[in-house]
Design a protein around this ligand. Structure first.
Ligand SMILES: *Cc1c(COP(=O)(O)O)cnc(C)c1O
Length: 208
């Protein structure tokens, strides 16, 4: 089943990048996905991410997609491929400084709050506009900020989801330095792709 779903979804999304969200999934389930040739996996909790990093093949590219607590940054910098969920300037500064200590350049996406729910983390629209207009590459020399990530409101209302993705795309498209627009999950990836997402994060659709 897992294998079939991966093949099916890759067909649907064409040249866009798929991140398989493996949170709560067993090593065996992840290895089934790995054995199709897939290498990009996303986790949302540091403890689980580190455990899986230690136990699974070292050529997996790990993506941190959940809210990152400041005291846990140092544990993931040595191996993380891309942090999707940089949701404050303080976190950005800390990731830069820890990366400096490890003599690394860390790939990051800035998470933008596009949903209406209070609980979703991220830069506000005003903050991200200011940020993208600043000399951020000079201010954060140990970061490689490659794009934006956003989560739409959990709703059945496709128009609302579409509008939220449109907002993120419009912020993204004004900045030619950015290459990655990460939006879309199991429930809304088809809308995200219509709205020009080029990286999607899928968990439950593949594993259940
Ligand atoms: C869990 C999660 C996903 C995947 O959600 P599914 O509905 O299982 O596809 C994507 N992004 C983030 C940030 C998540 O926490």
């Amino acid at each position: 089943m897992i294998k079939k779903k991966i093949i099916q979804i890759k067909k649907q999304i064409g040249n866009k990048k798929l991140i398989i969200v493996s949170k709560y999934r067993s090593n065996q389930e992840i290895m089934t996905a790995y054995n199709t040739g897939h290498r990009d996996f996303g986790e949302n909790r540091v403890q689980e991410l580190i455990k899986k990093y230690n136990e699974l093949p070292k050529d997996i590219r790990w993506h941190m997609i959940g809210h990152l607590q400041k005291n846990k940054v140092k544990y993931i910098i040595p191996f993380i491929h891309l942090i999707h969920s940089v949701d404050s300037l303080k976190l950005l500064r800390l990731i830069n400084d820890v990366s400096n200590k490890y003599n690394k350049i860390t790939n990051c996406l800035i998470q933008v709050k596009i949903a209406e729910e209070e609980t979703k983390f991220g830069f506000s629209k005003e903050m991200i506009i200011d940020f993208l207009n600043s000399n951020y590459n000079e201010s954060y020399p140990h970061l490689n900020i490659i794009g934006l990530m956003g989560m739409a409101t959990a709703t059945e209302n496709k128009i609302q989801i579409g509008n939220e993705f449109n907002l993120l795309h419009s912020l993204y498209s004004k900045h030619s330095k950015l290459s990655t627009l990460c939006m879309g999950m199991s429930q809304d990836y088809k809308i995200a792709i219509q709205k020009k997402s080029n990286m999607i994060r899928i968990g439950s659709y593949i594993f259940s």
